[in-house]
Design a protein around this ligand. Structure first.
Ligand code: SF4
Length: 613
């Protein structure tokens, strides 16, 4: 097989068993890699309704064929597991160098189940794997852990690891590699922590053969040319400012959350306030840029920020999502506090999107008298109070005080504390990323019914503002096309931002060049639809039906009296969903895909056997 080693590594931490199994060519062709291939494997290997923190629960680290094969922007890998938040499917991806290095270590994916009696890490070294003691790593932060691993195994390793957040079973515990690249969402870090697994460490120099080197060179050249041509402006700005390039316009348009999704863009949070947190202001502190594997954009930056309150030397520039989560969402223009929260989350291994949303929720609860200062460990949790935002984040990171409840996210906290449900803004319990469904209506369908709810990196109608003339009558086909493209993108290992500056045919050209698989337009559509369905099938097998995919009202209906760009908006999100279900072939209540749609897709035999006998 081109582009793959054809090897999957399975490790059982209860028994210590390590097994190498072949990756079937038909699975590679049908599911490519990343979340879709991960879902295919977990669907078959993990029993239905397994306890998310039990021995049968499985977590996977899955590469894409573009990893380590000289494809531009081909650096992303995916972690997969069941989610402790939704009780259903979870996948989350990250850039950096871990995915390519896992490939260089000789495997297309690593899957781990079982529970170790003591803390361990897995060391994968050029085709071999062993389980090693991690007692001296347990309790350490991300940078401390990585430093110790490097001291032992040398600088040529890479590691995907958890911080104390994962050890403490935070429902938004992330998996971090390269010190700052986070596969953050959905709580896979907690699943890893529940296994007493601290890290997967990889090392190697193995390569895979590319099917068509000339075609790969041509595809890479088309991307480079596009970055100098049609996408030059975006590429230049993106390389200079990172994802934070979007922060100011997003806060002004109502794309980003303002005041826990209850405020008015440009009024409650002004352009001047947004500027302080934005990449434009932070540019003065940038020391150097960094990139992921084989990326010519380098959207990451290290900064040195003078501060009398916190140590902010040699820190990462926050991503757009983090700026929104800890900035406009909490009416916070104190950029030092945003940077401090970003650093804390990276070090403790927590997802900044959910962490910021959780702080935002408790602030709104406090402002409305649901909690006293004493109940919040003496913290004056008011809007825009940078010191308080940091103090709350620190309690979450350290699992102390009110942080012991907040560490499991907003829905758990509201249920556990018995209040604040009216201020939740979640999709199936997952806190929302920084794109408002009341501005781009299709986001409501994506956030509500993607197999991983509440995700900004999943497909659908996209982020373009809908406007007053939005036509609900025929959205299903465009929605599905958006899903198909994003599914294939995420499974390939290509970076989404890289794809934004690439010509439209680059993704397929790269996949075909590396793997040698060819996909007609009809096969490409089936490929992406199959990927979506296999992730979805995991949820349906867990017993989830339409009523389990919930969306907070504040995400689809403006709150009276609301001002600003989305005043008076009420999105008919269930109609968008109906349109989508009709197009993809799902029953509108059970959400079970029709037999004919599954048969037409092919490669779904296990799903057909489960639902149709
Ligand atoms: S654009 Fe940014 S996230 Fe994407 S590969 Fe490059 S450095 Fe990584």
């Amino acid at each position: 097989m081109y582009g793959y080693h054809g090897k999957l590594l399975f490790i059982n931490l209860s028994t210590g068993n390590i097994e190498i199994r072949p990756l079937k060519e038909e699975d590679a062709r049908n599911f490519i890699g990343g979340p879709a291939l991960g879902a295919k494997i977990l669907y078959e290997e993990m029993p239905a309704n397994a306890d998310v923190f039990g021995e049968d629960s499985m977590v996977g680290f899955v590469t894409g064929p573009l990893n380590n094969n000289r494809a531009l922007f081909g650096g992303r890998y995916t972690v997969v597991s069941k989610s402790p938040v939704t009780g259903g499917w979870n996948d989350a991806n990250a850039g950096g160098y871990f995915g390519p290095m896992l490939k260089a270590a000789g495997f297309d994916a690593v899957f781990v189940n079982g529970i170790s009696e003591k803390p361990v890490y897995v060391f994968v070294d050029e085709g071999r794997a062993e389980i090693l003691d991690a007692s001296d790593l347990w309790g350490l932060t991300v940078s401390e852990t990585e430093a110790k691993i490097r001291a032992k195994h040398g600088e040529k390793i890479n590691a995907a690891l958890i911080g104390p957040g994962g050890e403490n079973l935070s429902y938004f515990a992330a998996v971090i590699n390269d010190g700052h690249r986070a596969a953050g969402r959905g709580g896979t870090g907690a699943v890893i922590g529940s296994k007493n697994l601290k890290a997967v460490v990889v090392r190697g120099n193995l390569s895979t053969e590319v099917a068509d080197r000339k075609k790969l060179v041509a595809a890479n050249k088309s991307i480079s040319d596009n970055m100098k041509g049609a996408a030059a402006e975006l590429a230049t700005a993106f390389g200079r400012f990172g994802t934070g390039i979007f922060y100011i316009p997003s806060t002004l348009s109502s794309d980003a959350s303002i005041k826990n999704w209850g405020g008015a863009a440009g009024i409650d949070y002004t352009e001047e306030e947004a500027y302080l947190v934005s990449s434009a202001n932070l540019e003065q502190f940038v020391l150097k840029k960094y990139n992921c594997s084989n990326c010519p954009l380098a959207c990451g930056a290290i900064m040195d920020v003078p501060s009398e309150r916190w140590e902010l030397a040699n820190i990462d520039r926050p991503e757009y999502e983090t700026m929104g989560a800890f900035g406009s969402q909490i009416l916070n223009s104190d950029y030092e506090s945003v940077l401090r929260c970003n650093l804390l989350c990276n070090e403790y291994g927590l997802d900044t999107i959910s962490a910021g949303a959780t702080v935002s929720w408790i602030v709104e609860c406090y402002e409305n008298g649901l909690f006293t200062k004493e109940e919040l460990d003496g913290i004056e949790a008011t809007w825009g109070n940078g010191d308080s935002i940091v103090a709350l984040t620190e309690l979450i990171c350290k699992n102390e005080g009110i942080g012991q409840v907040l560490i499991k996210g907003t829905r758990y906290a509201a249920d556990h504390l018995g209040k604040g449900h009216e201020y939740l803004v979640v999709a199936s319990g997952i806190e929302e990323p920084q794109h408002d469904g009341r501005l781009a209506y299709g986001v409501t369908r994506t956030y509500q019914y993607d197999p991983t709810p509440g995700r900004h990196v999943k497909g659908g109608l996209g982020l373009a503002p809908s406007g007053p003339d939005f036509d609900y009558s025929d959205t299903g086909e465009a929605d599905l096309q958006g899903v198909v493209g994003t599914e294939v993108l995420n499974s390939s290992g290509l970076c989404m931002f890289g794809n934004m500056v690439s010509p439209p045919d680059a993704l397929l050209n790269l996949i075909e060049a590396v793997t040698g698989f060819q996909y007609s337009p009809e096969e490409f559509r089936k490929l992406g639809t199959r990927m979506f369905n296999i992730r979805h099938a995991f949820n349906i097998r867990e017993g989830m039906t339409r009523k389990d995919f919930t969306l907070s009202k504040r995400f689809y209906e403006s709150n009276p009296p609301y001002e600003g760009p989305i005043a008076g908006v009420k999105v008919d999100h269930e109609r968008l969903a109906d349109n989508f279900f009709e197009t993809i072939g799902w029953d509108k209540e059970t959400l079970i895909p029709s037999l004919s749609s599954l048969e037409e897709l092919g490669g779904m035999e296990a799903v057909i056997a489960d639902f149709y006998g």
